[in-house]
Design a protein around this ligand. Structure first.
Ligand code: NAD
Length: 225
């Protein structure tokens, strides 16, 4: 079997990382436009850095949950390609080998050089004084609202040729990522795991209205006994 797993903020909820929509459209008390957009970066870069520094600092206290671990375990037996909207590194830390981050990575800095090289951060803190090895300033390696999603075409191709698509913990409100949930071929098995599954509309999908770890434990028993 060969599978693509599209994950969103709900995948990491059981690790103690709050979802975005869960807080009434606010992200940790902020309007996304104020902290996660190119305009915010131009207008108040320190506020943006403070926001992401806090997210990074919190992430270092979080651990992968049972759901992350089940997906990593499956990848030892079948091909599992994770396509995540999450910026945390919990799929990596659980041991999943194939992960595509649609919206960037919290633990990476991106150079403001024309090439935009990225580097793994050694601490939770990014400051306005930080420079890349070539002397350029850096920014969080996050795809902000209003920016294009460079990995979207690659992700779309993966979904379009899969035989099984799992959609876990995403409200499917953020585009273009949300269109991936509808892009699997007609013959593919599509499964949605989300406590709010009844609010989502995904064509021909098996809807599992429960938490990520619960749904994945059920599938683990069904598929691998
Ligand atoms: P969202 O917050 O819009 O939706 C979260 C979804 O997860 C909801 O449908 C909710 O019902 C579901 N959910 C809640 N608890 C769950 C659980 N235990 N198991 C399974 N599902 C659960 O998230 P989104 O669709 O990913 O969009 C938010 C955007 O904000 C993304 O682009 C993402 O980059 C960013 N974000 C990332 C993180 C992270 O990296 N962990 C956290 C918050 C927001």
């Amino acid at each position: 079997m060969e599978m693509v797993v599209l994950t969103g903020a709900g995948m990491s909820a059981e690790s103690g990382i709050p979802t975005f929509r869960g807080a009434g459209g606010l992200w940790e008390g902020h309007r996304v436009e104020d902290v996660a957009s190119p305009e915010a970066w131009r207008h108040d870069p320190q506020l943006v850095l403070d926001f992401y520094n806090a997210r990074r600092r919190h992430l270092l206290t979080c651990e992968p949950n049972e759901g992350h671990r089940i997906l990593a375990k499956w990848s030892q037996r079948i091909s599992v390609q994770i396509v995540t909207q999450n910026v945390d590194d919990l799929h990596e830390r659980a041991g999943s080998p194939h992960i595509l981050h649609l919206h960037g990575e919290l633990m990476k800095a991106r150079s403001l050089s024309p090439e935009g090289e990225t580097s793994v951060m050694k601490t939770w803190e990014m400051t306005l004084r930080d420079r890349c090895p070539f002397g350029f300033p850096v920014r969080p390696d996050i795809v902000w609202f209003g920016e294009s999603v460079p990995m979207m075409d690659v992700a779309l191709e993966l979904v379009q040729r899969t035989s099984c698509l799992l959609v876990i913990g995403t409200s499917l409100q953020v585009y273009p990522a949300a269109q991936l949930a509808h892009a699997a071929p007609d013959h593919a098995e599509v499964i949605v795991i989300d406590p709010a599954a009844e609010e989502l509309s995904v064509h021909n999908a098996r809807m599992m209205g429960m938490k990520a770890s619960e749904g994945l434990q059920i599938l683990d028993r069904e598929w691998f006994g």
